[in-house]
Design a protein around this ligand. Structure first.
Ligand code: HEC
Length: 120
């Protein structure tokens, strides 16, 4: 009985170690060069969406702000996990940003970013 516990513990530790080193290996692997078809128009979180959400939504939807309880913007994951609500509010109903409107250019880029599955 005791032996079985020891064996089980060792197995679990081994698996934990294995997953850690695998993850590290993945992190150390060189990132493949990015060659977008049209680099000048490729919309990403870093070059477009982040600033848009920060400036057009963050005033009400960041931590401590009025509409934070409804949706809090705090990075890419806060968008990917709420994408259908955000798409609906901004692109379909156009009820957000509240009291303002996005430019046609911003809407187009945002639509494209969502359609490309929110690249980082
Ligand atoms: C001036 C403040 C303000 C700004 C700016 C603002 N919101 Fe909101 N937002 C609200 C309030 C208040 C609500 C809740 C009431 C409502 O739905 O009208 C809300 C609701 C929402 C909801 C929930 C809608 C639902 O029914 O699920 C989403 C998603 C949302 N906002 C996203 C955004 C996004 C994305 C932006 C930026 C493009 C944005 N908001 C900009 C104040 C704001």
């Amino acid at each position: 009985m005791k032996h079985r516990m020891v064996y089980l513990t060792l197995t679990v530790m081994y698996l934990l170690l294995l997953s850690c080193s695998k993850r590290q290996a993945a992190e150390m692997a060189p990132t493949p060069p990015v060659t977008p078809e049209k680099p000048e128009t490729a919309v990403t979180y870093t070059n477009f969406a982040q600033a848009l959400f920060q400036t057009k939504c963050g005033g009400c939807h960041s931590a401590g702000r009025g509409a934070a309880a409804i949706w809090t913007f705090n990075g890419l994951a806060s968008i990917t996990t709420n994408q259908s609500r955000i798409r609906q509010a901004v692109l379909v109903n156009k009820s957000m940003p509240l009291g303002r409107t996005l430019s046609a250019e911003e809407l187009k880029s945002l639509q494209e970013w969502f359609d490309k599955n929110m690249p980082e």
